[in-house]
Design a protein around this ligand. Sequence first.
Ligand SMILES: [Zn+2]
Length: 186
Amino acid sequence: MTSVHQADKPRTRRYRGVSYKRRIDAAKEAVQTVELADRLCGPGGLRRVGKEWIGRCPLPDHQDRSPSFTVNPDKNVFFCHGCLRGGDVVELARHAWGYDQREAHTAAAMLLMEFGHELPQRPSSWFTKQERQHNTRAAIEETRRNIRCRRLFEHLILPLINEIEDEEEHARELERAWTDFQGLLQ
Ligand SMILES: [Zn+2]
């Protein structure tokens, strides 16, 4: 299993902090430490002693001869007395599948998939941003249309209006023509 996960290890991408955290939280919520430990240790690999489950350490770089690996289901954590590693379910996944500390979000994603859970969807802020960008694009398009409209007006209509000598009539005709022209181009 270890080699498969390491081979498939996706390249680290820069997500925003919020996505990292959501995925890690989702994995912790969805998978109990003892569930992953049980899968890593294999059938009969863990036995119950008091409040804890104990077995030989399943982490790949620890050849554990005596059972040093413990899981406390109440606290939802593991600790190995041999290699002195411990932590929550994401930490266990990270150590088991060879991800470093900065790749905890990837370990969390693998963990969710491994246990058949969906990855958290994009945060709502992502959709808000998309909408904002869409609105921005629409605003830019409208500005471009207005510029084209004004330039056409200047080129096609304005010379005719500028022939009017009476100032008042010129102003009135200019306003009327501009309104008509905009209406035509809508
Ligand atoms: Zn260990």
